[in-house]
Write a protein that binds this ligand. Structure first.
Ligand code: BAL
Ligand code: ZN
Length: 876
């Protein structure tokens, strides 16, 4: 397979100004006629006089140049291209291409495909070339006019980008609709949808007084699950006006929910296409987390209209330009909508458990990668989540106002253009008069930097010297990396737990400050301190780094009680529990008896005796670190000891603090229908955290508590929480509850996904046999990505104990599923391989087993380039 390099970028040889598309739609036979208005790119230096268009899986029916049919000697076709010999070098010319495609046979879901009874598209990154021959690259921007022709009964709704301009009827019960998008766009933002869809409508008046029609299209049985998505859209539109000054530009904004979708959602201009998972919600079918994710993803796709569509990427190496920035924007939005503290903790938790692992493994790459075989493999946690952290650091360094000035300049300078990450940083520099040369290294350097921090207090002078050292570990292809520009936000606490002001470099005293670390080693002297303070480091997780420092359990308990930074307070709870669990892991490995360190009981008791306003935050303080995070802290991951130690702590805390957990449970338990408001969500979160602890006791009382909640649940959050407690414990009603849940929800695909995922991720013995049975279940469908993720994905990525079974059965199972899935959907298959990429982190025996199945995947005949790239780079 061919590797594409950033260093080889050159401007397109031709430009496509206008695209006039005509689709005659049929599920097995769709005819596409494309009229492209082209011109040689005056900026191209290439001597090449041919025009090469990309195209895959297309059946070419004819080519015309300026109205004259080309004969076979005038062009050449390969599996991936169409080259027109002697294309015009001067002036505008029109190329007409006619081809046919088979949407039903398209199980990879790239290009035009069938989902249930509808036809829809996914073009990012390179799906448009599966629709027609084109210059399928983001720096070719064109104005699109699209006409859809179809049977009136099968496809009564016909949608594409922009505004509907004309429609009409045809003989034979057929009809047509024409759409025109006034904004030039790259073809990855093209979309069409045809199907039997119902529409939910609303309106939004923009800050300049324009009325926008908002439409959400779903299948008829889902119309009662769109209210939250619609409200989220209106919230996002208002928020982008208020916070970024960005107004929507078309008169119509459409969202379509489809059941078969490789990603979460797609920001096509004016016609977003969403995975149903991120649109549909009713209190009885969706959990509070689902509601929050829907709001976040609706926001994300909406925000792309500026950060992605109006200003797009020059090439796919720049993906983080739009994704990192837009993730940062959606994180801000969600934080503003609910609890900033909770949102930040959730985001960092995910970053540290998953992106840090990616950054430390064989697939590590900078947020702006330099090479790829298959671009779909680079829609990664690094490009998205670390990319967002890099944008967040700019926000921290420049301040809110400075960042906004930079954004305004970026949008103003580059509206309508396809640009680079460098252009984004330049706008930040120019708007603020700052030199960000060194900061740019974040874009090109992979790996998670480690920060060693030391402090030295001199009582006589009242001075505290802080010394920071940074080091970034080697990653594939990168060694001896120069230092980065790292913002380290700090605060100080005195011995009574009060804020101690920071006096640095003669500046006025402040409660917290950002230390700008630019050297490999750098010291900062804080003055005027009557006693040695406790430093609260890296507040708000101000940089995506690992802070290396030893803190005693007592010091962590102190920070957990007093740190005024909500993130660091939670961080103290994680580190405290993490250290207690790490000691127990060592005890297990040495065959010692386990006893619970009383420090954690005291710390938890203190938390449980306090009054909390933000109950969601409170429940996070009571949550033990995830097994994946604990694993990241070990030199050699011992999945069994991690699990055993964590379960021991959970159960011991439940035993000691039973009365508190029960009281809190009762105080917050209401059989309510599931209002999506912060108060109700917080009540459910804390109550279900308590239920989770209590269920580990496996007493008759705790079992009836779970069962009563399951039977009386009037919302999905409570129903799932109780079912999870039942499935992950020795509960006599386990099978009956699972069957009852299935019967109740068998017609709701998204709920049945939860049913699969819950069983696949259960730590209870016998789970692997259950997973194998579920693979044969009539509701399992390898062609549906959500179902695959809920069974194969949940088992391999959220069930460490069973997936990493010592006999290698989990690995073989995954390899079998990857190989089977690859024949249908290489993009999703490649995602599934990532569960194996961390093989170096395990013991020798497991390493050998994982390597062997990776090799088996690579050696499989006709394996896709997607899977080949992930598996072979994992072994490299
Ligand atoms: N652009 C692909 C989906 C998303 O990140 O919004
Ligand atoms: Zn995005």
């Amino acid at each position: 397979p061919q590797t594409i390099y950033l260093k080889d970028y050159s401007v397109p040889e031709y430009l496509i100004h206008e695209v006039d598309l005509n689709f005659d739609l049929g599920e097995e036979h769709t005819v596409v006629v494309a009229r492209l208005t082209l011109q040689r790119n005056p900026q191209s230096q290439s001597p090449n006089q041919e025009l090469t268009l990309m195209g895959e899986d297309l059946n070419l029916l004819g080519v015309e140049l300026d109205g004259t049919a080309l004969h076979a000697q005038q062009y050449v076709q390969t599996d991936t291209s169409l080259t027109i010999h002697q294309a015009p070098q001067d002036g505008i010319f029109v190329l007409k291409i006619e081809n046919s495609i088979n949407p039903k046979a398209n199980t990879a879901f790239e290009g035009l495909y069938q989902s249930s009874t509808m036809l829809c598209t996914q073009c990012e990154a390179e799906g448009f070339r599966k629709i027609t021959y084109f210059l399928d690259r983001p720096d070719v921007m064109s104005r699109f006019k699209t006409t859809l022709v179809a049977d009136k009964d099968k496809y009564p709704v016909l949608l594409s980008n922009g505004n509907k301009v004309e429609q009409g009827e045809l003989a034979g019960n057929r009809h047509w609709v024409s759409w025109e998008d006034p904004f030039a766009k790259p073809c990855y933002l093209f979309a069409l949808v045809a199907g039997q869809l119902e529409c939910i409508e609303d309106r939004f008046v923009t800050m300049s007084g324009r009325e926008i029609s908002l439409q959400i299209y779903v299948e008829a049985h889902d119309v009662d699950k769109c209210d939250h998505a619609m409200q989220s859209l209106k919230n996002a539109m208002r928020w982008d006006e208020e916070v970024y000054g960005r107004e929507y530009d078309l008169d119509l904004y459409m969202i379509v929910a489809v059941g078969h979708f490789n990603m979460g959602a797609m920001e096509n201009k004016g016609l977003n296409i969403f995975n149903t998972k991120f649109v549909l919600a009713r209190p009885d079918t969706a959990t509070d987390s689902d509601y929050e994710h829907i709001e976040g993803v609706i926001g994300h796709e909406y925000f792309h209209n500026w950060s992605g569509n109006r200003v797009t990427c020059r090439d796919w190496f720049q993906l983080s330009l739009k994704e990192g920035f837009t993730v940062f924007r959606d994180q801000q939005f969600s934080g503003d909508r609910a609890s900033k503290a909770v949102k930040r903790i959730e985001d960092v938790n995910m970053l540290r458990a998953r992106q840090f692992a990616e950054d430390a493994g064989p697939l590590a790459h900078p947020i702006r990668p330099e090479a790829y075989i298959e671009i779909n493999n680079f829609y990664t946690l690094t490009v998205y989540e670390k990319g967002a952290e890099v944008v967040r650091m700019l926000h921290t360094l420049l301040g809110g106002e400075g960042f906004r000035k930079g954004c305004d300049l970026y949008f103003q300078r580059h509206d309508g253009q396809a640009v680079t990450c460098d252009d984004f940083v330049s706008a930040m520099e120019d708007a603020n008069g700052r030199d960000l040369t060194q900061f740019r290294r974040w874009y090109s350097q992979a790996g998670t930097p480690q920060l060693n921090v030391e402090q030295h207090y001199d009582a006589e002078s009242g001075q505290l010297e802080l010394t920071l050292r940074q080091h970034c570990p080697d990653t594939p292809g990168q060694t001896d990396k120069p230092p980065l520009h790292i913002p380290v936000k700090i605060g100080l606490l005195n011995s009574r737990g009060q804020v101690e002001l920071i006096k640095l470099d003669g500046r006025p005293p402040v409660e917290e400050t950002v230390l700008e670390l630019t050297e490999a080693e750098q010291s900062f002297a804080l003055s005027g301190l009557a006693e040695q303070p406790t430093v609260s480091w890296l507040r708000g997780f101000s940089a995506p780094v690992i802070v290396k420092m030893q803190r005693s359990l007592e010091e962590l308990a102190f920070l957990l009680s007093y740190d005024s930074d909500t993130f660091n307070r939670w961080e103290a709870s994680q580190q405290l529990a993490g250290q207690v669990i790490a000691d127990l892991i060592a005890d297990i490995q040495q065959g010692r008896e386990l006893t619970l360190n009383p420090v954690i009981v005291e710390a938890y008791t203190k938390l449980l005796e306090q009054q909390w306003d933000d109950l969601s935050y409170f429940s996070l303080l009571l949550a033990l670190p995830d097994e994946s995070y604990l694993a990241s802290q070990m030199d050699v991951i011992d999945v069994d000891a991690i699990h055993q130690a964590r379960e021991f702590v959970k159960k011991s805390l439940a035993e000691r603090l039973q009365a508190h957990f029960l009281r809190l449970y009762r105080e917050n338990h209401r059989e309510e229908s599931g209002q999506f408001d912060a108060g109700a969500i917080g009540r459910r979160r804390i109550k279900n955290t308590c239920l989770h602890y209590l269920s580990t006791l496996e007493t008759g009382d705790s079992q009836s508590l779970s069962l009563r909640q399951f039977e009386g649940a009037a919302n999905m959050t409570d129903q799932m929480a109780s079912l999870s407690a039942i499935v992950n414990s020795r509960h006599p009603a386990k099978q009956a509850c699972l069957e009852q849940f299935y019967r109740q929800w068998q017609d709701e695909d998204l709920v049945i996904d939860k049913w699969f995922a819950l069983q696949a991720s259960s730590h209870w013995p016998g789970t692997f046999a259950k997973v194998q049975q579920l693979l044969q279940h009539s509701a399992f469908d390898m062609k549906n990505p959500n179902r695959v993720r809920s069974l194969v994905g949940a088992f391999s990525q959220a069930n460490p104990v069973h997936f990493h079974a010592r006999d290698g059965s989990g690995y073989h199972f995954l390899a079998d599923q990857v190989i089977a899935l690859d024949k249908l959907n290489p993009q999703v298959a490649s995602r599934m391989v990532t569960a194996l990429t961390q093989w170096r982190r395990y013991d020798d025996e497991r390493q050998q087993l994982m390597k062997a199945v990776l090799q088996r995947i690579i050696d499989t005949e006709a394996i896709s380039t997607d899977v080949f790239e992930t598996a072979s780079k994992s072994l490299a």
